[in-house]
Design a protein around this ligand. Structure first.
Ligand code: S3P
Length: 168
């Protein structure tokens, strides 16, 4: 079995889209961690954070990630934006010998998607809150094995080819 590729990066950086496309190109299965959490709990990450708090959400997130990795069902995993920030999750990713890819997208590009997107993101409800979180998380995203700098104008095919060549 080839290495599982884990896609990380800030909210709005395009993790799910890139992961879906990469999985298709690699002819493998993609798991979106946030979607898996929703299927498991019957509530979205936003609802979990709002109703039970971020801490409770992070516990569920780690449990779900562990189950996905343990099952070896995914060739590609799209994390939620905060999952990589939690040390226990990075340890799990390491333990399962995954390849980690950071989609490094400028804040303004992420913010415009957060602002206009339909998804509720409780940790990025204001621009100031999102910007502070972005700055705080950059050094942790840096810890990913592969750094893909995306300026916003690249087409998806080009990005997938870059990721594919660096992960295979
Ligand atoms: C979060 C990002 C969200 C989701 C939750 C928390 C974060 O996922 O997991 O709202 O802490 O950055 P996306 O990155 O897919 O928006």
């Amino acid at each position: 079995m080839t290495q599982t590729v884990v896609i990380t990066g800030f909210m709005g950086c395009g993790k799910s889209k890139v992961a879906r496309e990469l999985a298709e190109r690699l002819n493998t299965t993609m798991v979106d961690l946030d979607e898996r959490i929703t299927a498991r709990t019957g509530r979205t990450p936003a609802q979990l954070i709002d109703e039970d708090g971020e801490r409770a959400f992070r516990t569920i997130e780690t449990d779900t990630l562990r189950d996905v990795l343990e099952s070896h069902e995914a060739g590609v995993i799209a994390l939620g934006g905060g999952a990589w920030i939690v040390p226990a999750n990075r340890e799990l990713i390491d333990q399962y010998h995954c390849s980690s890819v950071w989609l490094d997208v400028p804040f303004e590009v992420c913010w415009s998607r957060i602002e206009t997107g339909a998804e509720d993101r409780p940790l990025g409800r204001t621009k100031a809150q999102a910007a502070a979180l972005y700055e705080r998380r950059q050094p942790v995203y840096q810890l990913a094995k592969i750094h893909i700098s995306v300026r916003g104008h690249e087409d998806l095919e080009e990005l997938i080819s870059r990721i594919k060549s660096l992960t295979s």
